[in-house]
Design a protein around this ligand. Structure first.
Ligand code: ISE
Length: 338
């Protein structure tokens, strides 16, 4: 039984906590830490065996914690990963790996220096069946070489505090990692374009929508539309244009209702619910790998987190310059192959 400590029980952390307590086999949560003690105590109240620990570093060091789940504020991920690596504990870290590419590099270097892969990064779409099917088709070569991909990442609405930086480091980062995984390549150029902004943007520092343009090392171009106050629902789209045809991400199955001269299919605004099954599979894979004292090869690694951070840094630069920015990435080191 894997004994897990969770740092951060906001909306997503709470779901991960409940997932580990009720849905995932061979794991239990022994300790929880959060800056909001009242919230943490409320979330864990039904489970008497779960301890609250105010100090996240003490939680990482606790002898009844074998593995750490990091779902705290983005700026804390790097420090918590470094401490858990130092103690050679398994880590599930939600994206981003660090708030900066320099920070992400430090984590990668520390993991390589320790000689053991301990970090699984929370890019859950790798566990989504629709994306897996799309990737399988694209890499099979049945449609020829992929040339272009069009992605859309739409949220119904964004919290008021979220700005252009979060639109890239919190939202576009999913498209960045997913597309790099899907086509098995990394990016060399990035540009962000600001069209006219919607009246629903609540933050003067948030352009919405924005278009992220990415070029891969093989010359493929990805367009990722990031529209975080689209109002209508949570909506994720992806179409890959290949030499002999196109492949489009299937929509999640919903009942189609026809009535009074109309035809409609329900949608949800809940992003966590939208990908619920992939989160469950992602966590079960992580727990199974930890219990076997190994890592899950299908999951994102610290290297993937580093690549995403270098790419998002280039996007942030482009948001300011308006131009095409270099993404200074190189091939995956052997340590992170396989
Ligand atoms: C959030 O952090 C996520 O991970 C969601 O998947 C994304 O849709 C949202 O825009 C982000 O803020």
């Amino acid at each position: 039984m894997l004994r897990v400590g969770i740092i951060g029980v906001g909306a997503m952390g709470t779901q991960h906590f409940l997932r580990l307590m009720t849905r995932i086999n061979n794991a239990t949560v022994t300790a929880v830490s959060d800056v909001n003690e009242a919230r943490a105590r409320e979330v864990t109240a039904p489970y008497e065996s779960v301890r609250f620990m105010a100090d996240p570093i003490a939680l990482i060091r606790d002898t009844e914690v074998d593995a750490i789940v990091i779902v705290s504020a983005d700026k804390t991920h790097e420090e918590f990963c470094l401490e858990a690596l130092r103690l050679k504990k398994f880590i599930f870290c939600e994206k981003p790996l660090s708030a900066s590419s320099e920070g992400a590099r430090k984590v990668v270097d520390a993991e390589m220096a320790g000689g053991k892969r301990l970090i699984q990064l929370g890019f859950n779409r790798r566990f989504d069946e629709a994306y897996q099917e799309l990737k399988e088709l694209v890499v099979s070569g049945r449609l020829g070489e992929p040339l272009v991909a069009h992605c859309a990442h739409r949220n119904a609405d964004y919290p008021e505090a979220f700005d252009d930086v979060v639109a890239v480091t919190g939202t576009a980062i999913h498209e960045i990692d997913t597309m790099s995984w899907l086509v098995g390549d990394y990016f060399t150029k990035a540009q962000v374009i600001f069209p006219k902004t919607t009246k629903y943007s609540k933050n003067p520092n948030l352009h919405d929508p924005q278009i992220v343009l990415l070029t891969t090392s093989s010359g493929m171009v990805i367009t990722a539309e990031i529209w975080v106050n689209c109002q209508y629902a949570y909506d994720i789209r992806c179409e890959v244009l290949c030499e002999d045809g196109t492949a489009t991400l299937p929509r999640h199955a919903r009942v189609n209702v026809c009535t009074k001269n109309s035809s409609s299919v329900g949608m949800t605004s809940d992003g966590l619910g939208f990908f619920e099954e992939s989160y469950n599979r992602e966590f079960q894979a992580w727990v199974d790998a930890c219990n076997e004292d190994t890592y899950c090869a299908a999951a994102a690694s610290a290297w993937d987190g580093y690549c995403a951070a270098v790419t998002t840094d280039a996007c942030l630069k482009s948001q300011i310059s308006g131009g095409i920015e270099d993404v200074p990435l190189t091939d995956r080191p052997d340590f992170y192959k396989g």
